[in-house]
Design a protein around this ligand. Structure first.
Ligand code: PMP
Length: 346
């Protein structure tokens, strides 16, 4: 473990080398061994620390960035937090254009980490001047000496995971991984990790997790961008209304879609069954495993690795708020019990 008996120079030294933790209960009805790569152990509490540090250090190596310059990005929150953290340590200004779908907590966190934040409407098309893509592009043109990370269209996003997440999982499973299950937003995590793992063993099966309301799964199957697939959904960080070039569709065997409601309940179940307080997309990835398990996908000796991208604390006003769950209509009679676990003594 990287944490034991060691003093670190700064928080950036703690990025990566996250633990792989056995899931003992949640998938016990299925054959196979299940493990979670728990990315909340990064100092910025998500997998995005890896790409923020890697992309910024690549820009430094190329001489594009020098202290005092500005780093710009579009982000649903996690990448912004990681870039803000890296910027503090390395002495850059951080400007972020975020979607209005992002939770208030996330936006407050970004401000706390010294970033300048632009909140842009979520449900406009990518080419609308108000979209966070267009706002970031405009700011990049306006601010002299700025670098635009552009995680959805930056190949370095894939490389970051190819060089870290992939080798870590291969080593931690002693090369015995049979399945990788990971959410796809920019696609950087799944593409880089899968590319590395398939180079070691082409038989590793890679399953991407997509949202209903996103174009990714259909594009993978047909190579057709179908606008009719697009409609609003609640999970942040998963799926997309465009095709990111940071996704290598060739290393993914299959995409599976999960609903907002089931993913929310599964995120809560991970906490209750495994004692792991993880984010909404971790619930989505675990939900995909449940669906695959029910289809009989896994065999006795399979070793299934699921990536849990971030920490639950970022979703206190959403998935972990009973009020929010009720407002979404996510507490039906079966699940209302989740809200009953509290007694007010008067
Ligand atoms: N989960 C969360 C919470 C995220 O913020 C993201 C990034 N958008 C993902 C999953 C997906 O990771 P990637 O962008 O590497 O596909």
């Amino acid at each position: 473990m990287k944490h034991k008996n060691k003093v670190f120079d700064n928080v950036l030294d703690l990025i990566g080398q996250t633990p792989l933790i056995k899931l003992n209960k949640i998938a016990s009805e299925f054959k196979g061994n299940f493990y979670a790569k728990v990315e909340s152990f990064n100092p910025g509490h998500s997998s995005k620390d890896r790409i923020a540090l890697y992309i910024i250090e690549q820009a430094e190596k190329k001489g594009i960035l020098s202290p005092g310059d500005t780093i710009i990005e579009t982000t649903s929150g996690n990448t912004g937090f990681s870039i803000a953290m890296v910027s503090i340590i390395k002495g850059y200004d951080c400007v972020l254009a975020v979607s209005s779908k992002s939770s208030a907590d996330k936006i407050d966190m970004l401000k706390t980490m010294g970033a300048k934040v632009y909140v842009c409407p979520a449900h406009v098309s990518a080419d609308d001047p108000r979209s966070y893509y267009q706002v970031a592009k405009r700011l990049h043109e306006e601010i002299k000496g700025s670098v635009y990370i552009n995680q959805y269209f930056n190949e370095l996003n894939i490389d970051a995971h190819y060089k870290s997440t992939g080798p870590e999982i291969w080593k931690q499973t002693e090369g015995k991984i049979t399945h990788l299950v990971a959410c796809s937003g920019t696609g950087g995590t799944i593409s880089g990790t899968a590319r590395y793992l398939k180079e070691q063993n082409p038989n590793v099966k890679v399953i991407g997790v997509d949202a209903f309301g996103s174009v990714i799964k259909k594009y993978h199957e047909t190579r057709e961008f179908d606008e009719k697939e697009i409609y609003p959904y609640r999970i942040e960080g998963l799926g997309k209304n465009l095709i990111p070039t940071a996704t290598d569709f060739d290393v993914v065997d299959e995409f599976i879609k999960v609903t907002d409601e089931e993913s929310a309940h599964t995120a809560r179940l991970i906490a209750k069954s495994e004692g792991m307080f993880v984010g909404y997309t971790s619930g989505a990835a675990m939900q995909a495993i449940m669906q695959l398990g029910e289809q009989g996908e896994f065999k006795k000796d399979d070793n299934i690795v699921v990536i849990f991208p971030d920490h639950g604390s970022r979703y206190m006003s959403k998935v972990y708020s009973d009020k929010w769950m009720n407002e979404q209509g996510f507490f039906d009679s079966k699940n209302e019990a989740a809200a009953q676990n509290i007694q007010y003594i008067k």
